[in-house]
Structures are given as C-alpha cells and as structure tokens.
Design a protein around this ligand. Sequence first.
Ligand SMILES: [Cu+2]
Length: 145
Amino acid sequence: MRIGNSNVFHVAAILALLLVLTYPAHAADVTVSSGWFRALPPSVPSGGYFTLHNGGKTTAILTDVESPACAAMMMHQTTASGMDHVMALDIRAGADMVFAPGGYHLMCMASTPLLKVGASVPVTLFFKDGHKITAQFQVRSATGK
Ligand SMILES: [Cu+2]
C-alpha cells in the first residue's frame, strides 16, 4: 500500500488532535477540603473558609465563586485597612491555598435561607481554564461552632 502525502497530513492532524484531547486539564487536579461558613444574620455578610490544593503541574487560576446559599458571593482578602475584592487568585502547582479568618475568604452577601447553622451547602468554584468544582460547606454559628 502506498502512503501518499495527504495520508501523512491526515495522521499528523489526528495526532495533534489526540495531543489536545489528552493534555492535562489544570483545574481538574484541584481539590477542596474543610469548607465551612460562619453564618451571620442575612443583613451581614457571612465569611466562607476552605483549603484548596493544586495537585496538578500548572498554576490554577480561581476566577469566580457561587452558591445557592448566597444571592451574591465574592472573594475577599482581609488587609490592614479592611477587605480587598479579589478578582482572580493563582494557586501554584503543588501548593495549598488556605481561605481562613483574617486572610482570604469568601464573602456571602445576602445569604438565602439555605445558610442555616448545621446545614451543608454547595459552593462552586470556577477556574480560568473553564473547569469548575462543587464542594459541600458546613454551616457553623457566629462562634465557628
Ligand atoms: Cu470580606
């Protein structure tokens, strides 16, 4: 059988497609643990805390967060002068990123009735590469219990 030029190009195109399809997806290697909210009255923003681990080989970029327990949710960083709105957050390959009181946190604006002490609520994290992760967060009282 004779292999013509067009066949060679065909094979090359298929190989290129396979490379694209099997390329490791960044955010697929990111895991969420220890998620919880400090539930406060709906008139006050409630903080959300968790740990992210990037088990992948490339930086994952967290760009958005949402939950049915919050009418609106943002990423914040507590600073000496107050709180900054965080638009995107890099999690380096192999690194942990801890969201904790006094540092990075989720700010749940206008909580819904789902944010009830003792409940567990889903939070979805969106990454720049199009991946998203949904994790369950425990809802604790104002004292963190
Ligand atoms: Cu905040």
